[in-house]
Ligand binder design. Structure first.
Ligand code: 8YV
Length: 307
């Protein structure tokens, strides 16, 4: 990586994404912020400004740090990306061009785990249907039918046992729900049973919780064979990164028509407190780098070296 030298030289940053107060006000006047909201807006960037940019804050995954975008910045040293998933950044290109990439893990772990647990209970105990039932006035005349689903007779197979997976498993454990998991290799320090084979695990459980990174390695991982192995009582909770829906925000009509499916927009980390923490980490990674320190949360492709 090129070094973020400590000097009085102005440091030009490209802020790529919507206005965010924590990012916009997070830097001293040693930094010059160039703000471009959308990928389309970026077409207005002049070569003169592009030539000065040394750091980039990609503050929403609707804008991209693909190779074509990164190649426009000859002095680029670091891309600080918002979100734990970074499949919108070409990290391999960045690595090959000596550009550091950081993301915002940890600060959203518990928030996303809460959403997974909420979705699981809402699905099994039919919260959405019950809410509609109450609002429609039907409760005045008849009892809401017993839910067929319950956490009490479920066994969960986690697909993925990273940071968020472990936080979900902890919650299931506290709720007395048996947990096993599938991942490419066993996770360090985890005592739940590991299944190297996803189909084998699907046969052994009735509920899957999917929490894997996006990208080609995991696309369509939960295929028809996995669903068949899971069986007719099967419940799948998908809080995986990547596009939760294939072409979000467009959601297939077939899914929308299924009343036994709970559909949420991409809100895993979307609370004010957690999004603020993510914004702050975007800023702190850039500040650490340009203070000559290692970034706080580099991605695997561009590990931090002592600086
Ligand atoms: C995104 C997410 O940051 O962290 C992730 O990987 O998916 C979210 O928290 C959010 O969709 C905004 O880009």
């Amino acid at each position: 990586m090129a070094s973020g030298t400590i000097s009085s030289e102005k440091i030009d940053l490209l802020v790529h994404g919507p206005n965010k107060p924590i990012v916009d006000s997070g830097f001293s006047d040693q930094f010059v912020l160039h703000h471009f909201e959308t990928t389309h807006d970026l077409e207005r960037l002049t070569a003169e400004v592009a030539a000065k940019v040394r750091g980039m804050a990609v503050t929403y995954n609707t804008v991209r740090g693909d190779a074509r975008t990164l190649a426009r910045f000859p002095r680029l040293e670091i891309v600080s990306s918002f979100g734990v998933g970074y499949d919108h950044i070409d990290a391999a290109y960045a690595r090959d061009h000596n550009i550091m990439v950081t993301n915002t893990p940890d600060v959203l772990t518990e928030e996303v785990a809460d959403i997974a647990m909420g979705l699981l209970i809402a699905t099994l105990r039919e919260f959405i249907k019950a809410d509609r039932y109450l609002r429609s006035g039907l409760w005045q005349t008849q009892q809401f039918p017993l839910s067929v689903g319950s956490l009490r007779d479920r066994k969960v197979g986690m697909i993925g046992m990273g940071r968020i997976g472990q936080a979900i498993a902890r919650r299931l454990n506290a709720s007395n729900v048996p947990v096993v998991y599938h991942s490419r290799k066993p996770a360090d320090g985890v005592s739940y049973k590991h299944y190297p084979d996803l189909i084998e695990m699907a046969k052994a459980v009735d509920t899957l919780v999917v929490i894997v990174p996006g990208g080609t390695g995991t696309t369509k991982m939960v295929n028809a064979d996995v669903m068949k192995a899971l069986g007719p009582r099967g419940v799948i909770i998908n809080v995986a990164r990547g596009n939760v829906f294939e072409k979000e925000p467009n959601v297939p009509d077939e899914l929308k028509a299924m009343q036994n499916v709970v559909l949420l927009p991409h809100i895993g980390s979307a609370s004010v407190v957690t999004r603020n923490a993510m914004d702050q980490l975007v800023v702190d990674n850039l500040k650490a780098w340009f203070a000559g320190k290692p970034p706080l949360t580099p991605v695997a492709e561009t590990p931090a070296k002592a600086r």
